[in-house]
Design a binder for this molecule. Sequence first.
Ligand code: URA
Length: 271
Amino acid sequence: MTDVERRAALDDIGAEVAVCTRCRLSQARTKAVPGEGTEATEVIFVGEGPGFNEDRQGRPFVGQAGALLTELLGSVGWTREEVFITNVVKCRPPENRDPEPDEIAACAPFLTRQLAALDPALVVTLGRFSMARFNPGARIGQVHGTYRAADPESGAPAALTYAMYHPAAALHQGSLKATLFRDMEGVPTALLEARKLRTERLAAAPATDQSPYQAAAGPPPIPAPSSAATTAPGPAAQPIAEPIAEPAPAIVGGPDGQTAESDPTDQLGLF
Ligand code: URA
């Protein structure tokens, strides 16, 4: 798919999202929030769902959590404009409650189509609802700051996923901010691994069967986020793991030494 075709596909999805009435979230929304960013990217960030500010503006991550996400991107030399940012659900859950399973299911085809259009090398999941889409069964306290192959059912069969806490979690629990920044350090490394994996898979695939990888030689010709090619492996980077099966394989100590048992966001169901 060319960049022009990717843009057209994303714009079509955005237009459908804007008038979608597939679930009850459409009834209370001001604006739907399809997502934004460049079509020429290898990296997609997927959050949970729009909040108050996003609902008003029709843009993802423009409130306080968004300011932190922008800061996190900046910490590795990236900008919002170099990636694509979207959410699991495209309309604001009332009072910022968790999205319900039927709402997530109703909205899922939009994210699937966005993934198909972008064919990202790396999906950075922000929070547990996004993580659950790409690595069902994972516990965020165990897997944050690590990358692994995406569940092929996620719509991104050729991608690695990298799990992070939701930026809003750090607004509720200040100690998570340092964890988020530490985990962010590992994202460029995960992208390098994702590129390597795609190149290897492309080389191994028969010439007639390169889907879903780009049939053109090598990874997609995108402007690489600026630090990706030069950033040394971050302390948070972990080896590739197999897609998580239930129960999730133990990852002994996260980058910050937390375990699922000691992770307050797992216990409280925050993000
Ligand atoms: N939280 C999210 O998950 N997404 C947004 O767009 C904003 C806040």
